[in-house]
Design a protein around this ligand. Structure first.
Ligand SMILES: [Zn+2]
Length: 114
């Protein structure tokens, strides 16, 4: 998986094509990502109400559903372009470390702080 939580991405396929969003959560098992404000579905929930409340209306809440990671492309924080991600091994304080590289500007794409 090349996408991490906190990454800025653009949707490249489907209903939300062209939308820019932020990754809220990554599901490695099924290769999907949860994006802020993307793929929102309405869900009816019944809120327990007090017995003497006259109306018992089901409440509609909106939740985001994960979309397949193949439908998004990472936006490089360095060159601000949608890009493919490569990996590179570097020496970091005597240890080998795998970093992500933007294929457009060849700079490291750092993991965003949550
Ligand atoms: Zn770049």
């Amino acid at each position: 998986m090349k996408i991490y939580t906190g990454d800025k991405v653009i949707v490249i396929k489907g209903k939300y094509k062209g939308e820019v969003s932020k990754v809220i959560k990554v599901f490695r098992k099924n290769n999907s990502v949860l994006l802020q404000g993307i793929n929102i579905v309405k869900k009816h929930v019944k809120i327990p109400t007090l017995e003497d409340t006259p109306k018992k209306e089901p409440k509609i809440i909106k939740i985001e559903k994960p979309i397949d990671v193949s439908k998004v492309m990472l936006i490089c924080p360095n060159c601000t372009k949608p890009t493919r991600v490569g990996f590179k091994l570097i020496q970091d304080q005597g240890k080998l470390k795998k970093i992500r590289i933007c294929k457009k500007c060849n700079q490291e794409i750092k993991k965003q702080e949550k």
